[in-house]
Design a protein around this ligand. Structure first.
Ligand code: F6R
Length: 248
């Protein structure tokens, strides 16, 4: 695991965007695995800025998102479809046909999961997967206890995760109880992974990930120790409990 410490959230975005921009320049039809949540926002902002200033084009890029809530329509402001349009896709030149996000309204959710796995295979796999990390170590919506062997699947969200995401909804009750997520196996099949972390609320999770090298499904992010090409970009607050001198 390669660790890049940065000062703050904006630095995180600048640094992470450089990885993405470099890949897109080298491979204009790259497949990007994207995440939602607060963490990638400064990265998407930096990508938009670069697109405007330097004209980096996403005409041929394909994107696959990690996850989507079950039961929310694409135009629901809390859906990840909406988030991605609002935070990135509406502001760059990626064609709609190149954007893939699980359909949380599918009538057959199991079939939707299989379709998503097939789709990723047909695209040739993910070149660079962007990840945030939950306070409990989840990646995607793979909560503690999830097998590292599962592909895209439907998950019951833990109360902790629903509470963490409740800030975007009016009430906790409105937060969906299920989501579709790529599995850890999908994530580990990506050719490279960029894990982003910002803020003091991630300090415990980062300490557990980086001070220890124990791989356990009680802490899903520990699965990343099995991958050969993971870069962690994290800010000072997120790294406040990490011993950078003797990291895993
Ligand atoms: C989002 C996702 C989640 C988030 C994680 C951190 O697509 O898969 O695993 O990355 O919950 O969320 P934030 O960035 O809001 O702290």
């Amino acid at each position: 695991m390669h660790i890049i410490p940065v000062k703050d959230f904006n630095d995180l975005g600048r640094k992470a965007s450089q990885f993405i921009i470099q890949l897109v320049r080298e491979k204009p039809d790259a497949v990007l695995g994207l995440a939602t949540g607060s963490t990638p926002k400064s990265t998407y902002k930096a990508l938009i800025q670069d697109h405007r200033l330097n004209g980096t084009s996403y005409q041929h890029v394909r994107t696959v998102n990690l996850d989507e809530y079950v039961g929310l329509a694409k135009d629901n402001p809390n859906s990840y479809h909406y988030f991605m349009r609002d935070q990135l896709f509406n502001h760059i030149d990626i064609p709609d046909r190149n954007i893939y996000i699980p359909n949380g309204l599918a009538s057959d959710l199991e079939e939707e999961c299989r379709r998503y796995d097939r789709l990723i295979t047909e695209l040739g796999g993910v070149d660079l997967q962007i990840l945030g990390i939950g306070r409990n170590g989840h990646i995607g919506f793979n909560e503690p206890g999830t097998s590292f062997e599962v592909m895209t699947h439907v998950v019951d969200l833990t109360l902790d995760t629903r509470k963490a995401n409740a800030r975007f909804f009016n009430t906790l009750e409105e937060v969906p109880k299920q989501a579709i997520t790529m599995g850890i196996k999908n994530i580990l099949q990506s050719r490279s992974i960029l894990l982003l972390a910002s803020g003091p609320s991630k300090a415990d999770a980062m300490a557990r990930l980086l001070n220890e090298s124990k791989i356990t499904n009680a802490f899903p992010a520990s699965s990343l120790h099995q991958h050969r090409n993971v870069t962690v970009i994290a800010d000072e607050d997120a790294l406040s409990m990490v011993y950078l001198g003797r990291r895993a």
